[in-house]
Write a protein that binds this ligand. Structure first.
Ligand code: AMP
Ligand code: MN
Length: 343
């Protein structure tokens, strides 16, 4: 990789967008030695990328690092560097660390890992509505991915951007921007990606690994989902539904549903998508995506969930029939409001 002075690099080319907060986190890390990293349940590319980038950076500083998540990472991330380091557990008995770094979680309960309460918590997140539950908190809604914040922190810690770290930062940004589709993408996003590529990341290979790694089961699931898709609001809203039988019939798994919600958005008319996933416990996990100013986070927050303007979710008790109608009506309203403010 090319050695550049990253401290001056970003400062020289960009406005001072790194918000106050990173220094407090940097100092909290410098003065501690043993860390446990965690992120949200059903981790995505941003949570995995942020955690592993952070883990490699902490290694470089000679720290002890443990990573614990409630759920395994999606299959197609398994051969990314350091994946074997992630422990999957619903609780940590006695953490015995100096700090727990929680990334991508607006609340500690989002980790679904028990036993972390009462630890020294370092909260790093970019979701709107973070509850500032940490002993130190760094919340930056303007970041396109938590991985952007981790990049800033790694820089502040003076750690070199190795190819391994860059791979995970790029993974975080590539996935959390929906492959550079969502809002919140800034010159800083591309500056960070530029530095990742300079450090050895190959964007074409990354895109293939992340987006072209489907199983045949997933391909069949795509067919079944789209076949079952319903349209509302004169074709502006797509409604997807998935249950255990559909997974069985197509030979796919829950993990295979990742990213499929974006498919209907490729139709020009569609402004928002809602995906109802009926879980084996009978709960309904609701995922939503939207274009431009259609704000699905506001809808999610009304149901106790969260996320971002263009990507949000929540979970409610079933049956689906009890919630479907009101969620669809609420989204139709969100679309009308979003279209009103469109230039
Ligand atoms: P998903 O549709 O599960 O990919 O989630 C989209 C976005 O919404 C992500 O940023 C999630 O972190 C967030 N999200 C999903 N479900 C919840 C929830 N129950 N509470 C808070 N945020 C959520
Ligand atoms: Mn994220």
């Amino acid at each position: 990789m090319t050695a550049t002075n990253r401290d001056t690099d970003l400062g020289a080319t960009l406005p001072a967008t790194t918000p106050a907060g990173v220094e407090a986190i940097r100092d909290a890390i410098r003065t501690r030695h043993r860390f446990l990293l965690t992120s949200h349940a059903r981790p995505d590319g941003d949570s995995i990328g942020s955690q592993l980038a952070m883990a490699f950076a902490l290694d470089a500083l000679g720290k002890e690092v443990r990573i614990v998540n409630a759920d395994p990472a999606p299959e197609h991330y398994q051969d990314f560097p350091g994946m074997h380091r992630i422990e999957v557990a619903p609780r940590v008995e006695r953490p015995d660390v100096d700090a727990v770094i929680v990334m991508e979680c607006s609340d500690l309960s989002r980790t679904a890992v028990a036993g972390l309460e009462g630890e020294f918590l370092i909260n790093i997140d970019h979701h709107a509505g973070n509850h500032m539950y940490g002993s130190v908190n760094w919340h930056d809604e303007s970041a396109a991915a938590c991985g952007e914040m981790v990049f800033g922190l790694i820089q502040a810690l003076g750690v070199e951007l190795t190819e391994q770290i860059a791979t995970h930062i790029y993974l975080a940004i590539l996935t959390d921007t929906g492959s550079f589709h969502h809002s919140h993408i800034t010159p800083r996003t591309f500056e960070i990606c530029r530095q990742c590529v300079e450090a050895g990341v190959n964007p074409a290979v990354m895109a293939r690994r992340v987006f072209d790694s489907n199983s045949f089961g997933k391909l069949k699931l795509i067919g079944a989902l789209l076949d079952d898709m319903e349209l509302a609001d004169q074709g502006r809203l797509a409604v997807l539904r998935m249950d255990e039988q559909m997974l069985e019939a197509t030979g796919s798994t829950h993990n295979d549903t990742e990213g499929l919600i974006n498919l209907p958005l490729t139709a020009r008319e569609i402004q928002a998508v809602v995906f109802f996933k009926i879980t084996d416990t009978g709960d309904v996990r609701v995922s939503m995506r939207s274009k431009y100013d259609v704000d699905v986070r506001r809808v999610a927050s009304e149901y106790g969930g969260g996320g971002h303007k263009n990507a949000a979710g929540f979970t409610v008790p079933g049956p689906l029939a009890a919630v479907r109608g009101q969620v669809v009506d609420r989204l139709v309203r969100a679309i009308a409001e979003g279209l009103e403010s469109r230039p």
